[in-house]
Design a protein around this ligand. Structure first.
Ligand SMILES: Nc1nc2c(ncn2[C@@H]2O[C@H](COP(=O)(O)OP(=O)(O)OP(=O)(O)O)[C@@H](O)[C@H]2O)c(=O)[nH]1
Ligand SMILES: [Mg+2]
Length: 224
């Protein structure tokens, strides 16, 4: 049966945000995205090779529809040169660690620094995610210390499980709202030369103070 043309068209959106999934291999990036976009969970998942792509639409408030484009990156080091090329055009970053794997928690600062250094003078809104919260008995990272790390990076923190679906929608909602607010305040600035954010509505005008801050960021360089 032929579908009406309208059914084949994607929903209208006011904003498009690109979001990148980051964190060590096997922390659960693909599973979290799969739970969010397809509503299911697999015990056995192929490790991501390079980068996979997903899309989801969310309604932030009545009439404000956002298209989320996800880059699901491979955590394995051997793909780093490929995944690094996706950092710059991402507005949001989900920084994942596995609550049952201490080493993946200890990698978070390095992930954060590598991304922020690579995208200078651009910026990214991050969310720190402690994943696999269903495995409470095997936990190696406490909620308090994860919250402390998040505070020191200036980001929000949430604990999720793709297995029991706990906080999955909330996590993506938190990041989407944070990107939207960063645009409203001018902390993130959408330009033609950057694909992190696209808009079909006028974006806030860049205040002078933000232009100065952008210049300052350009001059600063971190060494990882
Ligand atoms: N118990 C539990 N297991 C999970 C959860 N999320 C993912 N897993 C399991 O963890 C393993 C790795 O998950 P992936 O989603 O492939 O991890 P990844 O971060 O995408 O790994 P790379 O693609 O190599 O970077 C799989 O066996 C999943 O079934 C969760 O919330 N709870
Ligand atoms: Mg994966």
């Amino acid at each position: 049966m032929l579908l009406p043309a309208e059914a084949l068209m994607e929903p209208r959106w006011q904003y498009q945000f690109r979001v990148i999934m980051l964190g060590d291999s096997t922390v659960g990036k693909s599973s979290l995205l799969r739970r969010y976009t397809e509503g299911d969970f697999l015990d056995t998942v192929n490790q991501t090779v390079g980068v996979d792509f997903y899309v989801q639409f969310v309604e932030l408030k009545p009439g404000l529809r956002v298209k989320l484009q996800f880059w699901d990156t491979a955590g394995q080091e051997r793909f780093r040169s490929v995944t690094r090329s996706y950092y710059r055009n991402s507005a949001g970053g989900m920084l994942l660690f596995d609550l049952t794997n201490r080493a993946s928690f200890e990698s978070i600062r390095c992930w954060h620094r590598e991304v922020t250094d690579t995208i200078q003078p651009f910026r990214m809104v991050f969310l720190l995610v402690g994943h696999k919260s269903d495995m409470a008995g095997q936990r190696q990272v406490g909620q308090r210390e994860a919250e402390k790390l998040a505070a020191s990076l200036g980001v929000q923190y949430v604990e999720t499980s793709a297995k029991d679906a706990s906080n999955v929608v909330q996590a993506f909602q938190m990041l989407t709202v944070a990107i939207y607010e960063a645009l409203q305040t001018g902390w993130l600035v959408a330009t033609e030369a950057w694909d992190g954010v696209k808009s079909s509505v006028p974006l806030p005008v860049l205040p002078k103070a933000q232009e100065k801050e952008k210049e300052k960021q350009k001059q600063k360089r971190c060494s990882c």
